[in-house]
Design a protein. Structure first.
Lengths: 167, 334
């Protein structure tokens, strides 16, 4: 495992896995949604690779975070942009799946936009550290990082994965 | 004047905490450009909530917000109430004009009673200038106070929703000429609008009003005064009309509402000197045929009804910012 996996290769891998997952479960005309900020970068590339017609949706989960009462409002400029998700097969994309809290918040927000037929979760990087029972359906790469190691997607142009160690 | 200065210095320290976060929202005066921009940006992100299937975000779930209105108001109170509900807060509406305050309970006793109910925020509307400041100074530390209009002093959420409207429809402030038309002397809205426009760097802020309705010394706030509507509206991008309060007629400040309309009432014809793509704003309620003609109010340049929707987004922004900073501060202290 190199410290800097090639992001474009990972996105191609992820695109194949998302496509496969949708096909196996007969989920046609999906609606792709990226989570701000890194998830949107990844989703834009996937969206093009998979040739999805429907415009890409974006989620800013700031209003659904579970740490509002601890740290207050985040400064935020980009609102969520989504069409109705009613009866749609939503493909939710994020850059890194770590504690699972971001995805919990994103799912809550999606259900406030309507009742989707299904939600598929695709992430560029999966790493250990889940604090709630959430798992991805499609993964670009799994990095077995220790708890003092952090991975962050830099971007948007070019995209790069950066791993840092703290402590 | 002395009173205003005292209110100003206390507002600065009261409103913003050591980390530059909004603690209370009492007046525009004392807030810097960065904070005003962050209120507008936060409101922008709330603006879409009203268009979703479920018009609510869970941000203030479990928080209790009290609308403490000592002065009658339908529009402001309902938009504050809706804003709080869209943030998932619980809302208590206290119409203090008909409650125990009329039975002689003091303001501080009313406050203590509400604090005992574990409320998190008071939205205060009062006929007395400085009432919201007074409450912010005396309320328990965990409580945020939002000024929903105090006397002739300030109405900061109205001013910010107007700024939001201007930015959405006209873009950056630095290139804009804005005319505020009407009874500036008695208007808390105008005072807050002027502070906001000047702080946000509008190219020119004009006041257009008869001499009797221009507050003395207003030029020191950074505005140009025009007594004539035609020259005052020349080349402006934004026309903000103020409501002419009927009670002003009795003080001999104006001969009659009919005559006011003759000289200052905005009709399509009198709007001609403004830029062709100028927008027309009004905080409501409208006095049709007094400060505004129906053709203008219902015309293509009017953004008056949009202002109402934007008002909800702005109130969601200041409520969540103020409660959020209290939450963060409590955690830092503890």
């Amino acid at each position: 495992m190199s410290d800097k996996p090639d992001v474009d290769t990972l996105i191609t891998t992820l695109a194949g896995k998302v496509d496969n997952h949708l096909a196996v479960h007969h989920r046609d005309s999906p609606l792709m949604v990226g989570v701000h900020t890194g998830g949107v970068w990844v989703a834009k590339k996937l969206h093009a690779l998979l040739g999805i017609d429907e415009p890409l949706g974006t989620l800013n989960i700031n209003f659904y975070r579970d740490d509002f009462t601890r740290i207050g409002m985040h400064p935020m400029v980009t609102p969520s942009e989504l069409v109705s998700v009613d009866d749609r097969h939503v493909v939710l994309i994020d850059d890194v799946l770590y504690t699972g809290r971001t995805i919990r918040a994103a799912l809550n927000e999606i259900f406030d936009w309507g009742r989707p037929a299904s939600v598929t979760l695709g992430v560029l990087v999966e790493r250990p550290g889940r604090e709630i029972p959430i798992q991805a359906d499609a993964i670009g790469v799994r990095l077995d990082l220790a708890s003092h190691e952090y991975v962050k997607l830099g971007g948007p142009d070019p995209l790069s994965l950066n791993i840092t160690r703290k402590g | 004047m002395k009173k205003t200065r005292e209110m100003r210095s206390s507002a600065e320290s009261l409103q913003v905490d050591a980390h530059g976060r909004l603690k209370h929202f009492l007046s525009i005066d004392g807030l810097d450009r960065g904070l005003l921009i962050s209120i507008l940006d936060t409101a922008e992100s709330f603006a879409g909530v009203g268009e979703r299937a479920i018009k609510k975000v869970p941000l203030l779930r479990g928080k209790t917000i009290v609308n403490l209105f000592f002065e009658p108001s339908t529009r402001t109170r309902t938009t504050f109430e809706l804003a709080a509900k869209r943030l998932s807060a619980d809302v208590l509406n206290i119409n203090a004009t008909t409650s125990s305050t009329t039975k002689g309970e003091s303001l501080l006793d009313t406050l203590r009673t509400l604090e005992a109910m574990h409320c998190d925020m008071f939205v205060v509307r009062h006929a007395q200038s400085g009432a919201a400041h007074f409450i912010a100074r005396h309320a328990a530390p965990h409580i945020s106070v939002i000024n929903g209009g105090d006397g002739r002093h300030a109405h900061p959420t109205q001013a910010m929703l107007d700024m939001f409207t201007i930015r959405r429809h006209k873009g950056e402030f630095a290139s804009l000429k804005v005319a505020i038309v009407g009874d500036v002397a008695h208007s808390r809205v105008a005072r807050s609008q002027i502070h906001a426009l000047v702080t946000l760097g509008a190219a020119e802020v004009r006041i257009v009003a008869p001499r009797t309705l221009v507050p003395p010394g207003v030029e020191s706030m950074g505005v140009t005064v025009y007594n004539d509507l035609h020259t005052g509206l020349a080349d402006v991008d934004v026309v903000i009309l103020l409501r002419l309060q009927n009670e002003r007629m009795q003080g001999a400040l104006l001969p009659s509402s009919h005559e006011y309309f003759q000289y200052y009432g905005v009709t399509e014809e009198k709007l001609a000197p403004a830029k062709p793509d100028a927008i027309v704003m009004h905080p409501g309620p409208l006095n049709r045929g007094v400060e505004i003609d129906s053709d203008v109010a219902d015309g293509s340049r009017s953004v008056i009804l949009r202002q109402v929707g934007y008002g909800i987004a702005i109130r969601m922004a200041v409520m969540s910012m103020a409660i959020g900073s209290h939450a963060a501060a409590e955690r830092e202290d503890g």
